[in-house]
Design a protein around this ligand. Structure first.
Ligand SMILES: [Zn+2]
Length: 417
């Protein structure tokens, strides 16, 4: 009953590749991994370090292999799969040791075998041997590694003078532009960022409830509500169950001239009794150990998706001494406090200290006030159940929506004074 709404999200188009099973064979000189599927023409296999991973890229697939159980000799500690980008799906194996792929090849379906098989032979190697083969890609599948955000708009912003203690208007908001009717309006642009997606499920709650699906549902509801007011323009960093790199989420927000950035998540911790929502802003120093751990976990999304962090561009420059960034941080804190207030008045349970801060990579747009909302705990079974319910998702979206309204009202009021 409770996961009914997710079944829809998990449905896969008929033309997707069908992954039927995963098999492992242990040999003295190698581990043989065989993937059975219905049809395939191309693939891409490679290994990564820090941490060690084996990555397989395939055309978009539907996973029907269930949970795989690799033998200890395969030195695999975890397996994830899901969409990496439109048209491309990925399987990531977390390895407990440096490994090298010896060969990867396809065996087409034949008389005695109805499946096409992708065979990957790999073995544990020394660190030195790993470095020697690093960067080798087996297979010829073309994967466009460039940014998911298509438009690039240079960011040139200037700020009005700060009035003592009063929040400035967000950099882009309230800056008039002309529309077609020649009336001067500029609707604030809200960027909603549903966390995780595709191959990165985020936190996994009981009954296999995925954070990526919960936050996408809340994001869609929030977008719907904000659009219905006619007061905002709204963009989502992802509209579907697909993976988006952290820096591409930030880039998307900047390219779309966002006035506010709201990243949506649902946390998971060991203490199963902890529940309640919380709002986070960026800071070099963490407010507490728990938040530092949370930021570390949320910042690992790219790693979980099998992205080679060593070849990623530097994150957006983040210099705390910068005036622009200090002002954006003030705005972000103001937004966070406003959101906490509206969440509480609208009956959303919050943590005892509901506004916290740490170095979240996704909040690094230097000119856009940004917050990360943890909508609740997937590790708490009753809260996880609530988070899947439409009514509760709507309640959270309504609270965030009225928080955004309140934020802009207060900013406008401060402008007049
Ligand atoms: Zn998350």
């Amino acid at each position: 009953m409770l996961s009914l709404c997710f079944l829809l999200l998990w449905s896969v188009p008929a033309n997707a590749l069908d992954i039927k099973s995963l098999r492992f064979g242990s040999h003295p000189d190698k581990v043989r991994l065989v993937i059975d599927m219905d049809k395939i023409e191309d693939f891409r296999v490679f290994t990564l370090s820090d941490p060690h991973r084996l990555v397989i890229d395939l055309p978009k697939f539907s996973w029907n292999a269930g949970a795989a159980h690799p033998p200890p000799e395969a030195h695999i500690s975890d397996i994830r799969q899901g969409q990496l980008m439109p048209g491309i799906s990925r399987i990531v194996f977390d390895l407990t040791a440096p490994s090298s792929v010896q060969s990867a090849f396809l065996i087409p379906a034949g008389k005695d075998q109805s499946n096409t098989r992708l065979v990957i032979d790999y073995k544990k190697v020394t660190h030195k041997a790993f470095l020697e083969q690093k960067g080798t890609i087996h297979g010829t599948l073309k994967v466009d590694n460039s940014s998911n955000a298509s438009r690039s708009v240079p960011v040139t912003q200037s700020y009005a003078t700060t009035k003592n203690g009063t929040p400035l208007p967000p950099p882009n908001a309230l800056r008039p532009t002309q529309n077609n009717e020649n009336t001067v309006v500029r609707k604030p642009i809200i960027i909603i960022d549903p966390g995780h997606g595709g191959i990165d499920p985020g936190a996994v709650g009981s009954n296999n409830i995925y954070e990526k699906n919960v936050v996408l549902s809340i994001a869609r509801e929030l977008k719907k509500q904000l659009m219905a007011t006619g007061q905002y323009r709204v963009f989502m960093t992802r509209e579907t169950d697909t993976f988006v790199k952290l820096r591409d989420r930030v880039k998307f927000a900047r390219d779309h001239n966002g006035d506010l950035f709201v990243s949506l998540h649902a946390d998971s911790i060991k203490k199963k009794d902890v529940r309640g929502s919380s709002v986070y802003t960026i800071s070099k120093k963490s407010s507490d150990a728990q938040t530092a751990a949370l930021a570390k976990k949320e910042n690992q999304a790219d790693l979980i998706a099998g992205i080679d962090l060593s070849i990623e561009d530097e994150q957006v420059a983040f210099i705390l001494g910068d005036f622009l960034i200090n002002e954006t941080m003030n705005q972000s804190k103001f937004l966070a406090n406003t959101l906490v207030e509206t969440m509480q008045t609208r009956g959303i349970r919050t943590l005892q200290t509901p506004h916290r801060y740490a170095g979240f990579a996704v909040l690094k747009a230097p000119e856009i006030p940004s917050v990360l909302v943890e909508t609740g705990f997937m590790s708490n079974s009753s809260e996880a159940r609530l988070l899947t319910q439409r009514e509760h998702q709507r309640k959270i979206a309504t609270a965030i929506h009225s928080g955004i309204n309140a934020y802009f009202e207060r900013v406008a009021l401060n402008e007049q004074n």
